[in-house]
Design a protein around this ligand. Structure first.
Ligand code: 9D3
Length: 275
């Protein structure tokens, strides 16, 4: 798999090449990165990449020609590396929101992609229409440019490449269950007076799995009720889950729902009791 990133700030991409899972996967040859700076595809003395918007308004707009020339250079490099011309995806605040399904499909397809990072107020629309296949956003909040969004795409896609993860993380399946993860605990079993929930220390696998399921249901109902509705629609909840959810709804009348997820109250164990 290969990403060619068109960016005014190529140095930012050290975040994905030099750290963690994405670094290791790149060292294993699972993916390649090249960056293309539109400033290197200008022809004026000042290497101008932006200009004032026609019609007026605040800020500056990225000019079409340096971006188009950078994309063409990226496509040439992709062909030289044995890939077909990759899809051109612009990271822009107005794009279609990225989803888990889209990320998985991206990893499955493999191949090459050109990621174009916006900066300033935006990108000349004629470049978007002539050269870009798809505009993608990573959520409804304002970033300063497309680079961090492009790195989020790279990170999310690369971790799905076969061999990228040392262990298939249960966290990765949180979208497969349609629910948020249950909380995690490690040593010590009592930390600053807060005990680990006793179910996790029981050694009873069925009890542990049920506890985790209920924690996931409670956390999802509280933080992401939209996901509960989707899981229900997708047939991912059984009658036992539904009974548990009804139980939460009973007790949760008010602005402050009970702290089902707070391990200190759930376990109700003090340091003195544990000792
Ligand atoms: C404050 C400027 N906004 C006017 C309402 C428009 C705007 C222009 C440029 C907003 C953001 C940006 C820069 N953002 C991106 O390039 C970007 C982005 C984002 O801001 N949020 C979520 N995903 C993405 S992908 C690229």
């Amino acid at each position: 798999m290969r990403f060619d990133v068109v960016t005014l700030f190529p140095g930012m991409f050290a975040a994905v090449t030099d750290h963690g899972i994405t670094r290791r996967a790149r060292e294993l040859g699972l993916w390649q990165l090249a960056t293309w700076n539109p400033r290197d595809f200008t022809s004026d003395r000042h290497r101008t990449v932006d200009d004032r918007p026609f019609g007026g308004g605040p800020g500056m707009v990225l000019m079409a020609e340096p971006l188009a020339a950078a994309v063409e250079a990226a496509h040439t490099a992709q062909r030289t590396a044995g890939y077909a011309n990759g899809r051109v995806v612009a990271l822009s605040a107005g794009g279609r929101p990225l989803t888990d399904a889209r990320v998985r499909a991206w990893a499955q397809e493999g191949g090459a992609t050109v990621l174009v990072c916006g900066r300033y107020e935006g990108i000349d629309q004629r470049f978007l229409e002539a050269c870009v296949d798809e505009e993608v956003s990573i959520g409804d909040f304002v970033l300063s440019g497309g680079e961090i969004a492009a790195m989020a795409v790279i990170d999310a896609v690369v971790r799905h490449l076969p061999g990228a993860l040392k262990i298939e993380s249960a966290a990765d399946e949180s979208f497969a269950t349609g629910l948020l993860d249950a909380p995690h605990f490690t040593r010590p079993d009592v930390w600053r007076g807060c005990a680990v929930p006793s179910a996790l220390l029981s050694g009873n696998h069925a009890q542990i799995e049920r506890w985790r399921r209920e924690q996931a249901l409670a956390r999802t109902a509280r933080e992401r009720p939209d996901l509960i509705a989707a899981a229900r629609a997708g047939g991912l909840l059984d009658e036992r889950d539904e009974r548990f959810l009804r139980g939460i709804a009973q007790g949760a009348g008010g602005a402050n729902p009970p702290a089902v997820l707070n391990p200190s109250s759930a376990a109700a164990t003090t340091a003195a009791e544990a000792a």
